[in-house]
Design a binder for this molecule. Sequence first.
Ligand code: E4P
Length: 221
Amino acid sequence: MKLFLDTANLDEIREIKRWGVLGGLTSNPTLIAKEAPHDIETYMKELCAEVDGPVSLETTLETADEIYEQGLGLAGIGPNAVVKVAMTAEGISAGKRLADQGVPINVTLVFSPAQAILAAEIGATYVSPFLGRVDDIASDGMYLLKEICEIYEVQGYDTLVLAASLRHPMHVVEAAKLGADVATMPYDVFSKLVKHPLTDLGLDRFLSDWNKLQKELKEGA
Ligand code: E4P
């Protein structure tokens, strides 16, 4: 399972890239707005240049024709750009035209297995079920992911399942167990993946024993 970062913040991207585990990036209009760039296109180019992997950039217009035109523009932003279209009739209509032309698309805001079937049928590269938002309304986001993974397996769909809206490390672990192709998560979830109190305690002990030995050797010399 590839690990993507869900952000538009360049410092966060650089930090996770430094770890050597950044498989790609997902952004959305809210995340871009949070960074308040002066020039959106230039900023998106920077995002694409910073990441060695697919970068999802979201369309924001309403009709299929508008989404299609905007999608072509977004696809031209970088060789690794992936065009995000929302799971609406207009979005998938535009998405199908883009996919037919070889533009990689990510169908976003997916909340049901039926929607995931539509995403696969239009030839999307990625389908993004939003697990955390399903949990937020007292439903089961992980069960949604399970159903989508099962359907895709049975049907032999090529569309990659991108588990999105992940809120904590166990979301990532469960998504991996269910066979998601990608997990995208915000920086704070990424940071929690690396942490364990026993690692910190163990390292403290190793270093303190090591330093004690060094001191003893120096004093004995
Ligand atoms: C994915 O592509 C979305 O940007 C993201 O995962 C949404 O997450 P949220 O529900 O935490 O906003």
